[in-house]
Design a protein around this ligand. Sequence first.
Ligand SMILES: *Cc1c(COP(=O)(O)O)cnc(C)c1O
Length: 472
Amino acid sequence: MNINPDFDKETRHIYWSLLLERIEQYLTDINEYRVTPKLDPALIRDFSSKYDFGKALGFEKAMDHIISGLAEFQVHTPHPGYYGLFNPRPVFPGIAGDLITAVFNPQLAAWSHSPFANEVENFLIREFGKKFGYEDSSIDGNFTYGGGESNFTALLCALNNHFPEYAQKGLSGIAQKPVFYASSESHHSFVKAARMAGLGTDNLRLIKVDSNLKMDPSHLESIIKQDLNRGCSPFMAASTAGTTGAGVIDPLDEIETVCRKFNLWHHVDAAYGGAGILVPGLKPLFSGIEKSDSLIFDAHKWLSVPMAGSMLITRHKNILSQTFRTTAGYMPKEAEGMQVIDPFSHSLQWSRRFTGLKLYLSLLVFGWDGYAEILQHQINMGRLLKEKLSQGGWKIYNNTELPVALFGHPRNESPEFVNIVCKNVQKSGNAWISTYLMQGLPALRACITNYNTGSEDIDNLINELKINLKRI
Ligand SMILES: *Cc1c(COP(=O)(O)O)cnc(C)c1O
């Protein structure tokens, strides 16, 4: 073979240095970038297909091409003017963790192939399970590629728990139609999960929210009763701790009570908000989560590790095995007879990346307290943002301790105005915000997702917004 996929040691050294230089440059220059790219599909398509692989480009040129493409054509989520959808600026140890994972390429599917990596992930699951108040000895769970997979896994666990025949016979083996519940503000991953599990979206009942956008437990109870009267079989209710639109935490304790009354699996989607459990001032908002049957939590959102890495945690020790157990003749057998778990028979995935490492390294480096500080800063900035919006004449619509603001202007609450303000802010290149239809009310949405966002950045956003007030 004429080609050396590893390159030789000296060449590698040069390439590492070049790569690091470019990465460092991005990290130090990011504040000078436009947050938003110009969206010109033809131009970007041409740029992406500039080299057709007919001729080998070489590492340096290829790297320059890719870094230019990313620098020019993406919404820069690491920019302090990005007030977006829970996409963080990734912390340094998180980036380093992902790099180590790529080099060692541990395969976690079978415990025996990567026992250290597997025990690190198990340790993280136990530690977070305890933080959420689960009893140590009952904690189980696994890492997934994202909240969508985690919620789907929870739904499958709930189905298998309620209908032990589901694994073998499928839905056709269940006499009464299974139905489950989430609020009208819940994440749309439950819609996909309903489809993928074969339940169909008609059997996901969306429960009303109150004026604070929290799931209404009495409406939940009345819909469950209706379903029972119609001969359906309710099996799960999903609360949200930190909704995607408004950052609102459902009344977990009350929903828990309804779930116990009707023997439903209580799942808590804490994909975004879950990190709040580490902040002493926010912890009480999660009261009741310790009694839930399962919960999910995304490390790539508020814990600011690179995408993606989510956790599904349950206090039912056997349910994941019951849901996913299978044997495969080709899988490694060295650990037979040992008290260990092979993730391939315990989760949806087969080949499994060491997703937990970026979080493990970050936690080792910062500790719980360090992380709490990083989060607290963002909470403070969220408060400041809301204050400055109010002072600027904007009205805050949502009510949450988390750093998410839904807002509009009382003098013009039309969708046209909201959309034009959002577009103008994005077009300025100084900030990125979005819009959200809040139970029919069009709102602007700004969320602190970047631990580097400071009060000057917030002033910039307020100025960009202010320019639009002339249009009212
Ligand atoms: C982001 C989010 C999800 C989906 O998670 P991914 O990691 O994007 O798959 C689910 N639920 C909530 C509340 C979220 O905010």
